[in-house]
Design a protein around this ligand. Structure first.
Ligand code: NI
Length: 246
């Protein structure tokens, strides 16, 4: 019948059309434009998070952490105590080479809150100079010890400052499982997590945290990258506690 004839031609045209598309695809890119009916993988909405490590470097624990981060393709930020850099220069260069952000945690881990302007300048500048000497770059961001500076002294700080939004108090428990659970309970996209790479338990915890959150679709970036990804332009003397635009 006329209906069947029409349907047959429709099928033929459809077949020809599809063959042509596949052929064009093969000629153009080597891969057919149409493959079986497997849908393209839908990308998960990207979630970014930053791990930060204070008080290092310490040869044994920090190198093991760097090995683990490298294996997992995770970046982190290290706030270094100036007087710990001596003798660990190669380790600091390795952090830098492997794409981690390096920051300043004062020369001798002094509480900047309540310190005199002269002490603040000396403690910050000495570490800045040491890092400039080792790495040849400048303007290392500051994490004040205990996350505190006296209100009004921010103007003295010529770089952005970094606090945190997730603190598992790893230095207190020194218990891998407790640290992992405390971080996973509070971690959200754009969190800045505080850990200390001078404890073996914190290194173990950090790597477990990376494994768990990567499986949930998180990408581990430096603090600088986290801010940039959120369109935040870092300002000198301003304290950032997470990556969220304020
Ligand atoms: Ni500290």
């Amino acid at each position: 019948t006329r209906g069947e004839w029409k349907r047959m031609w429709k099928q033929r045209l459809l077949f020809l059309g599809l063959s042509l598309l596949i052929l064009l695809g093969i000629i153009k890119g080597g891969e057919p434009v149409l493959t079986a009916d497997a849908p393209a993988a839908i990308p998960k909405e990207q979630k970014y998070i930053a791990l930060t490590f204070d008080d290092g470097p310490r040869a044994a624990t920090t190198s093991r952490l760097l090995d683990g981060l490298k294996e997992r393709g995770a970046s982190a930020t290290f706030f270094l105590v100036g007087e710990e850099i001596e003798g660990n220069e190669e380790l600091v260069k390795r952090m830098w080479r492997e794409g981690h952000q390096i920051g300043n945690h004062t020369w001798s881990h002094v509480r900047l809150e309540g310190a005199s302007p002269a002490v603040i300048t000396e403690e910050v500048q000495k570490t800045e100079s040491k890092l400039e000497e080792v790495l040849g770059d400048s303007g290392y961001w500051l994490r004040p010890p205990y996350g505190l500076v006296t209100a009004g002294t921010e103007k003295q700080i010529q770089v952005p400052m970094v606090k945190w939004s997730v603190d598992p108090r790893d230095w207190e428990s020194r218990n891998t499982e407790k640290v992992v659970q405390a971080v996973l309970k509070d971690a959200k996209p754009n969190s800045i997590i505080l850990l200390h790479d001078i404890y073996p338990t914190s290194v173990d915890a950090a790597l477990q945290i990376v494994d768990t959150l990567q499986a949930e679709g998180y990408c581990f970036v430096t603090v600088e990258e986290l801010l940039a990804l959120n369109g935040v332009t870092p300002q000198a003397g301003v304290m950032y506690r997470d990556g969220n635009p304020s």
